[in-house]
Design a protein around this ligand. Sequence first.
Ligand code: FE2
Length: 131
Amino acid sequence: MADLKNLLQNADWKTEKHTPAIDAPDTVKKGKMFQVTATVGKEVAHPNTTPHHIRWIMLYFKPADDKFPYQIGNFEFTAHGESAQGPDTSGVYTHHEVTVSLKTDKPGIIYALSYCNIHGLWHSSREIKIG
Ligand SMILES: [Fe+2]
């Protein structure tokens, strides 16, 4: 059976340019805002051109004792050099990195999902503890 999970690719972000790297504190205070940064190509640069770029990153948080994840945000990167003159002519490019603030009362897992326009869906995760 065709199954979406078979399309989700994962590898170490330090060697695979598509895997989103998640930077966040290992431990946060209950109910206190903290920042999460998700970056594609943090260690191995991913191209950012009209024909080949990262379209979006979505972030989710699943508390350890909840059944379902909560969507933190959907971040689109919408400028990739295109203009009326053609591909890679505008000189304007959105970088595929996003920082967002959130808070939680519970420990859990941050999930990042990213989409390359020609290499598909990639994901990674990071544990957040309450201390
Ligand atoms: Fe790619």
